[in-house]
Design a protein around this ligand. Structure first.
Ligand code: AMP
Length: 598
């Protein structure tokens, strides 16, 4: 019985295992070590996965599903892809969850089901190759995946009939593959795949892998380079032939493939020929068939893609900043993803980090190898090592004034458990709403609500005191969050696990962090006001009680003074007048002090 590691990629997937103590990438039945993450359903009810699915995509665009990883675990309002440009149709169920329409089978599939087909193909082919059953797997996910995307990936594995031992972050897997025999090193993982870009910095030493920072751009990848070549080719062709190639979908598909091929060629050659005979066989102008012949040089390629290449700079610098490191502190750069073979990308990395790039592993395979090593560690086939991943975003709860109070900070090593005790707004409050929030901004409305529950039947307090509620956040090694709330006196408690709920809107983790930085000052002001306002409100409630209880002992002048101040406070909260609120609140506190002294 073998355990395996799967790199379930947006563009391509890879499966590996440990054979005789060393990692081994398992080729698929077509003899290839990478499998396109594409699933197609045909009219004669066949399911094709990988290269076969890719090959027929031109003639079956509505039933050929690619880039499914971009939808897994997300709701429609959270996806970051222009659906207009997709050849297949996306719909939503009543919960706004993404479903993919499959006309050939007259049904709809969830992204998990389609991903499960990819996993099944990988494991079936691996069983054939190894001649052994496969039941257990480690699957990798991008570091920025939220709880629901992680859970959905686990579900895809389960649908494919596997026991998922663990899901691990892709950069951690990559450095695990590189760092096997290394001690005390700081590794930068630069991962540029087909559709996404990630940079992570890890500390590797004494068999401990700790992620120091993780950042990226979920809308940057090799496909964007292809698109730029495409636009260049379309312009050349349309001008020369006086036709609009956009009106010929099959020709466009050939052009897309040629663009990617040209890009790949230019990673090892200074120039490449693009030759597409009979690109349009029957032109609409009734003329002769049209061909495309042109040469693309590396210099032109780099000019066309200059903006994309430069977009890699910022996340690279941000990763260093987040990890509080200088380029000199990086011992090794590890490359992941096919697009890191582009020479201009390598030059860019060298220009910033000024380190020799580790080229000892294949960038397409290194993540799957790391996953296989982790599976081997769990099943005892490899020596023990500890993996320490981090939370990509802060987690907390909503407190008075719609403020987010963080309980677990961003970049905290997981598994992690943190608690904070909160006090209810009043002693007569019988239930507390626990709103679980993810993000970096000060206010709940600017962040993402992951879930909500109520702690009911709180004890009422006759003595003016208030209930204390201890909230505990637990994140397990897969990044799944469990939240527990417990009332201190009655020990009444309630908990939820955040799964199957969407956790991020269409903003990627990075843009959330960037936005938090941008609005930091403004948010701070708002937060200060919200805190003061809620303190003052609670104080007014207390004073009202004191007035009731001491009706006979407080003189009328004092009473009027107090009531006037309380009205002023209410007005100041409404008009958001910080300074007046502070003054009136202080004045009221002074009066109360004097009253209690008398
Ligand atoms: P991945 O998601 O890691 O499988 O990366 C896939 C992306 O890498 C696709 O956009 C490929 O076109 C690109 N790619 C693969 N090989 C090369 C190469 N030799 N040069 C440039 N890009 C490549």
């Amino acid at each position: 019985m073998k355990s395996i590691g799967i790199d379930l990629g947006t563009t391509n997937s890879v499966i590996a295992t440990i054979k005789n103590g060393v990692p081994y990438v398992i080729p698929n039945n077509e003899g290839s070590r990478t499998t396109p993450s594409i699933v197609a359903y045909t009219k004669d009810q066949k399911i094709l996965v990988g290269q076969l699915a890719k090959r027929q995509s031109v003639i079956n665009p509505k039933n050929t599903f690619f880039s499914i990883k971009r939808f897994i675990g997300l709701r429609k309002n959270e996806i970051d892809i222009n659906l207009e440009n997709l050849p297949y149709d996306i719909i939503t169920d009543t919960n706004n969850n993404i479903k993919i329409k499959c006309p050939a089978f007259n049904t709809v599939f969830s992204p998990e089901e389609i991903s499960a087909q990819i996993i099944r193909k990988l494991t079936d082919d691996a069983k054939t190759n190894l001649n052994e059953p496969i039941t257990k797997a480690v699957i990798t996910i991008p570091a920025y995946f939220n709880a629901s995307q992680r859970q959905a990936t686990i579900d895809a594995g389960k649908i494919a009939g596997l026991e998922i031992l663990r899901i691990i972050n892709e950069p951690t897997a990559a450095s695990l593959a590189y760092g096997l025999d290394k001690k005390n090193k700081t590794i930068l993982v630069f991962d540029l795949g087909g559709g996404t870009f990630d940079v992570s910095i890890l500390d590797v030493g004494d068999n401990v892998f700790e992620v120091l920072s993780s950042t990226g751009d979920i809308n940057l990848g090799g496909d964007d380079f292809d698109k730029n070549i495409m636009s260049w080719l379309i312009e050349i062709f349309n001008k020369k032939e006086n036709l609009n190639i956009l009106e010929y979908p099959k020709s466009l598909q050939r052009l897309t493939e040629a663009a990617e091929q040209a890009k790949i060629q230019l990673s090892t050659h200074e120039e490449t020929e693009i030759s597409l005979p009979f690109l349009i066989t029957k032109p609409k102008d009734g003329g002769e068939p049209r061909h495309l012949n042109t040469t693309l040089t590396r210099t032109t390629f780099e000019k066309l893609n200059n903006t994309l290449i430069n977009r890699c700079k910022e996340p690279l610098q941000k990763a260093l900043l987040d990890a509080k490191l200088e380029p000199i502190d990086i011992d090794e750069v590890v490359l992941v993803g096919g697009s890191t073979r582009i020479p201009a990308i390598r030059s860019l990395i060298k220009s910033i980090i000024n380190r020799k790039i580790n080229e000892s592993a294949n960038p397409d395979e290194v993540v799957a190898i790391g996953a296989a090593i982790q599976a081997g560690i769990i099943t005892g086939e490899m020596k023990k090592m500890l993996l320490l991943d981090v939370t990509p975003l802060s987690l907390g709860v909503e407190t008075l004034g719609e403020v987010m109070t963080k309980i677990i900070n961003r970049n905290t090593t997981i598994p992690a458990s943190r608690s904070k005790t909160f006090i209810t707004a009043s002693g007569t409050q019988t239930s507390a709403e626990i709103n679980i929030v993810q993000g970096e901004r000060e206010f709940v409305s600017d962040n993402k609500i992951l879930g909500c529950f109520y702690l009911e039947d709180l004890p009422t307090h006759m003595d003016n005191s208030r209930s204390e509620i201890k909230i505990t956040f637990d994140i397990n090694e897969d990044g799944i969050l469990a939240v527990k709330a417990q009332e201190k006196k009655s020990k009444k408690e309630k908990s939820i696990i955040i799964q199957n709920t969407s956790t991020l809107d269409e903003n990627n983790v990075q843009s959330i962090i960037d936005e938090a930085e941008k609005y930091a000052e403004q948010d701070q002001e708002k937060r200060k006001f919200a805190e003061l306002a809620s303190q003052a409100e609670i104080f007014c409630l207390e004073i009202e009680k004191i007035l009731q209880l001491n009706e006979s002992t407080i003189n009328e002048t004092e009473k009027i003074k107090i009531k006037t101040l309380m009205n002023e406070i209410k007005l100041n909260i409404k008009t958001k007048d910080f300074n007046s609120l502070q003054n009136h609140y202080n004045e009221l506190k002074l009066i109360l002090d004097q009253l209690t002294k008398n």
